[in-house]
Ligand binder design. Structure first.
Ligand code: 8IG
Length: 273
């Protein structure tokens, strides 16, 4: 598929190419192999992947902007793994609820593809619908339900999503940790959390996890030809599942407590990708 066939997609691709050129220049890394998007609770999880070779201020990269949320990091980091893979870590993510449009939401993954990456690892913090998943439990994303009523694709871009979350990469993750659970992630728009009734609705339509990111990025990533791996950190039981109301402080706290385990897990999975 060329942008000539889909003129509406030309502009996002050009902006992603400009961002990739800036990243190549400022990191000295011509091509990255893999991109990692860090969500809530995953901020420190890149620490064991390898050696940091460059840090770029996201606000200086075309199309990126400073993060809007406490606990999100506004930097792009280039990391070299022990076996020589170059990993681009996107420490900031633009959320749909920021109102900057879907193009801004998926600019990071489009940029990842433009840097040469073949794989994207999408992480997030989310609410869990399964009571057995205590806050701090990592869960592989097996599929998603996009409840944003939006798509990152423009024009007649019909992309098959049958195997969006790579079965191959989930098997790699399970080889690292056979106890890893899997679930379906439902992306709500946010920024409010769900009502208990909405959580029950999500459960009945097949969701196991509720969050405010990832699905739109995964769609754009697939359209850009990337192999997609998604992993959630359940930072709270979803509304009504938990007996106590949700707070952003609780979310940050659960992320910090899970830090050492998910850092090791992520580094081990990425090493085997
Ligand atoms: I962290 O319970 C986190 N993000 N929609 N619901 C939604 N997003 C979230 C939640 C949650 N927890």
């Amino acid at each position: 598929m060329t942008t000539a066939e889909h003129p509406a997609a030309a502009e996002p691709t050009q902006l992603a190419n400009a961002a990739a050129a800036h990243i190549a220049r400022s990191t000295g890394v011509e091509r990255h192999d893999l991109a990692l998007v860090l969500g809530s609770g995953w901020g420190e999880a890149a620490g064991l992947i390898g050696e940091i070779t460059a840090v770029v201020n996201a606000a200086d990269v075309p199309g990126f902007s400073a993060p809007a949320v406490e606990g999100h990091v506004g930097t792009l980091t280039s990391i070299r793994t022990p076996d020589g893979k170059n990993v681009l870590v996107l420490g900031s993510r633009t959320h749909f609820y920021e109102g900057k449009g879907v193009r801004a939401v998926v600019h990071g993954v489009r940029t990842a593809a433009a840097t040469g990456a073949r794989t994207v690892v999408l992480t997030n913090g989310c609410g869990g619908l399964n009571e057995a998943w205590a806050p701090g439990t990592p869960v592989l994303i097996s599929d998603h339900i996009n409840l944003t009523a939006a798509s990152p694709l423009e024009g007649a871009t019909f992309v098959d999503l049958t195997d969006l979350y790579s079965e191959r990469l989930r098997a790699v993750a399970r080889a690292v940790d056979p106890t890893l659970a899997e679930g379906v992630y439902a992306q709500f728009t946010g920024p409010h959390y769900e009502t208990p009734a909405e959580v029950q609705y999500a459960k009945r339509i097949g969701a196991d996890l509720v969050g405010m990111s990832t699905a739109l990025e995964a769609i754009a990533a697939r359209a850009a030809g990337l192999e997609v791996f998604g992993i959630s950190l359940v930072t709270n039981l979803a509304a009504g599942i938990s007996p106590v109301p949700l707070s952003h402080a609780e979310v940050i706290e659960a992320g910090q407590a899970a830090g050492p385990r998910i850092s090791r897990l992520l580094a081990d999975i990425i090493a085997k990708m």
